[in-house]
Design a protein around this ligand. Sequence first.
Ligand code: HEM
Length: 450
Amino acid sequence: MISQSATPKDTPLPTASLADTLGVLADVVLPTLAKGVIIRRPRAIAIAERLDLDRRAVRRLQRLRDRYGAGPVLLRLPGRVQAVVLAPEHVRRVLAATPEPFAAASSEKRAALSHFEPHGVLISHGAERVERRRFNDTVLESERPRHALAEGFVGVVREEMGRLLETVGRDGTLDWAGFAAAWFRVVRRVTLGDGARDDEELTDLLADLRGDANWGPLRPKRRPLRDRFLARLAAHVARAEPGSLASVAARVPTLPGTDPAGQVPQWLFAFDAAGMATFRALALLATHPAHEARAREELGGAASAGAPELPYLRACVLESVRLWPTTPMVLRQSTGPTTWEGGAMPAGAGVLIFTPFFHRDDARLPFADRLAPEVWLGDGPAPAEWPLIPFSGGPGICPGRQVVLLLASAALAVLLAGRRLAVRPPVRLNAGRPLPATLSPFRLRFSVVE
Ligand code: HEM
């Protein structure tokens, strides 16, 4: 529990020196923005990989913690109060107290996401947020490892990944372009039904708008393009094709402010991250023979029937997003003043939780830079109080997490079953060495040996 009496309410939180502020901007904020927050930029990621920029970001925040203690520490920025969270108990506090007094709908998130999802729950607040969150939780069945439509979803994954493997068979190489095309077919079928399977234009329109969203308020909104995308999406949602998430959405009661179809852009957008997480998990398994052997033990008939739970493969996907979080910046904005041991935070402050700092803190976590699925299975060195939060936490936790783990583990099961995969140079992952801080999915290629 955070003591609120140690510091007078009017003493502000510690403020970083100008040099430290510039250091955080240069090492943490700018590289994350350059890599693309809403849609990844492959070239920027390749540079980050080469220069080990994500490691530098973690080191920077470790130094900030050494210098300023638990924090949160304020950056010295003109016209903006921006806090950086440095202590596990503060992460828990901020996430637990979402959306009041820590709103998920921060101004930068609103500026970015409104390019393509003006009514998304993530940028909604107050009664609208409550209602849209309820809708998302209900359709995505956020607490259930196996969605009511799980068998059908897994069947779709098997079909699409099976077809992918047939094409791979021709020259024996599985690369990102092939995988991503198959993955997005899965995403469109699961979300909108078979009628959307080949609607690549829908995905392309969204990618275009996400490109604008990377620039936040700096890019003017292309409203005609957004309207075209939303209308095309709404037509798919309206079909409510049996077996799809859209069919569930059609059955869930709504209110005037729910905007069911307006929630779906977030799903399509976020499934992109799930594909990257899956591809990286495949690379982890292909380069860690002991873990791969353990994963294969649970495959059994999993690649061909039913929708088994696959706990070990799920843990490997969780490791993929722990090691390389697809939402590295969890942002909040304070809706009122708050007090901390270190001082007071005013209303309207931006609050940054930089997840790689917590997931890869080698000063605190013995498994920071290695593959450790056991952490998620409750039989390893899991520090119960430590924030491993690839899907965020508290009331704003990702409602899609169970569907992600279901589809990702099913895809891994198909890709691994009955064949060996080897990561091709230039990417090198080695079970005996610390894992890299950045791993571009775009440069990953596998040799497939049947
Ligand atoms: C690897 C895949 C994914 C990861 C790592 C992930 C992670 C996250 C994180 C960290 C947040 C919180 C963001 C914030 O507070 O600023 C979030 C929110 C959300 N995610 Fe996911 N997500 C993934 C995929 C998905 C998918 C596939 C869906 C839907 C099918 C989804 C639906 C949502 C929604 C609706 C929110 C907003 C929740 C709210 O504001 O209450 N996510 N996700």
